[in-house]
Design a protein around this ligand. Sequence first.
Ligand code: TMP
Length: 259
Amino acid sequence: MKKGSKIYEGKAKILFEGPDPDTLVQHFKDDATAFNAEMRDVIEGKGVINNYISEHIMLRLNEIGIPTHFIKRLNMREQLVKRVDIVPIEVVVRNVVAGTLSKRLGIAEGTVLPHPLIEFYYKSDALGDPLVTEDHIMVFGWAIPEELDEMVSLSMRINDFLLGLFYGIGLRLIDFKLEFGRLIEDDMLRLVLADEISPDTCRLWDMNTNEKLDKDRFRLKMGGVKEGYQEVARRLGVLPRMQGKTAERAAEESAEEKE
Ligand code: TMP
């Protein structure tokens, strides 16, 4: 499959034109950033692992009727996705207090919330993705009320599903971030889940030990970042072809598959 020119490069992914105007190729990089790119590094093989984990989750979500941008995985680092117009809001769903919620309100990390908490952040690197309210979203027209309702209801369904999915493999889903996009299908404007779901965008703790197996290992300079992501992939039963393979070999194969 021929991919077209680069249309956008973010901190962890690159988007290329797809084989037709309605599609894009989403390429997962090994770059890791935190705190609005104040901290950066390269975690060899991270992009490959996230590509497989996100594919697995998007497929399962499609199966239960959650519309997503995902079409298919193309190779070790890339997937074919529907071209969408991204809603400039990050939806964060929290089941347990951690991260910025813990810092902002001084509540101990690990405190279990009585029900899931939904937060909205305005997508702006220049402003460091500030926390905003539903009213900000309305007043500034970042989404219309129907879209906001749909984003909340999809986010809650996704949370219920992912809680169970991860519970089944001994992981606690602490929180996660979602992005949605608009597309036109059958002359209708629809909202679909976009971006990725991976240990870059979720907090996942081992059920028995509370060991962190997500990007907090990078943010908190704990080491073993790749090993944490690999453990999540292993428990999900993905990455069969990666086992025992070096990241370099995986990258070579990715390049070969692209040709
Ligand atoms: P936070 O506690 O740092 O606000 O993060 C909440 C969740 O959102 C956590 O699972 C990590 C995820 N997240 C992203 O995916 N991208 C981001 O830029 C940030 C800040 C958080």
